[in-house]
Design a protein around this ligand. Structure first.
Ligand SMILES: C[S@@+](CC[C@H](N)C(=O)[O-])C[C@H]1O[C@@H](n2cnc3c(N)ncnc32)[C@H](O)[C@@H]1O
Length: 182
């Protein structure tokens, strides 16, 4: 099982303008992340679960996308329609609860962080592994403190800041290559 988590400090379900996701707490970042993480050459990654932590409004909530349950979606518009129709599971829990629950289930968690340890120097497991990625502005201090409390390891894919969706594509590429050889 592979888990990818986006921590968005600006997006939430309460204020989405379907005509302009980019001006709705940067919901465009959420849509790009889910589409780029979940699909592999027009196939859904059935071994993957994506969580999007929506911290943009007062009540934190989490969208959950299961690769083995979601239909193939052509575009951001299709994905947004699915979310607005209520056809996506919404967890009524916060970031710290999610991380603690995953750790309890035996998932090894890593945070993608520019100043972390080089990913090539870390023994990243092929299975039961999760990656937490920040939004367009990166993590807040509180996010970093929560991840430190939970025992998340901080890893870097280089000194340059990449877009959130790109980090997720990189992690998939990294694990696909490493785990195919294993
Ligand atoms: C657009 S970046 C955020 C950049 C922002 N300047 C910041 O303060 O972090 C979005 C997220 O992608 C991940 N990321 C981007 N570049 C990275 C890198 N070189 N190594 C590890 N993670 C990276 C981090 O999780 C980051 O929070």
């Amino acid at each position: 099982m592979r888990i990818l988590i986006l921590k968005s400090n600006t997006a939430c379900l309460e204020n989405i303008n379907p005509k302009s996701p980019a001006s709705s707490g940067r919901f465009d970042v959420v849509l790009d992340f889910v589409l780029e993480c979940l699909y592999d050459n027009r196939k859904v990654r059935s071994d993957t679960i994506i969580y999007v932590v929506l911290s943009g409004c007062s009540k934190e909530r989490i969208l959950m996308f299961r690769g083995d349950a979601i239909p193939y979606l052509e575009s951001e518009d299709d994905l947004l329609r699915l979310i607005l129709r209520g056809d996506v599971e919404v967890l009524d829990e916060g970031f710290e609860d999610l991380l603690n629950n995953l750790v309890r289930k035996g998932i090894k968690l890593f945070c993608l962080y520019e100043e972390g340890v080089d990913i090539e120097k870390i023994d990243v497991p092929c299975n039961n592994v999760g990656f937490i990625i920040g939004d367009q502005d990166g993590f807040k201090i509180e996010d970093l403190n929560i991840m430190r409390r939970v025992g998340v390891e901080f890893i870097s894919i280089g000194p340059l800041p990449y877009l959130s969706w790109f980090c997720c594509v990189f992690v998939n590429y990294f694990l696909d290559s490493k785990c195919r050889e294993a």
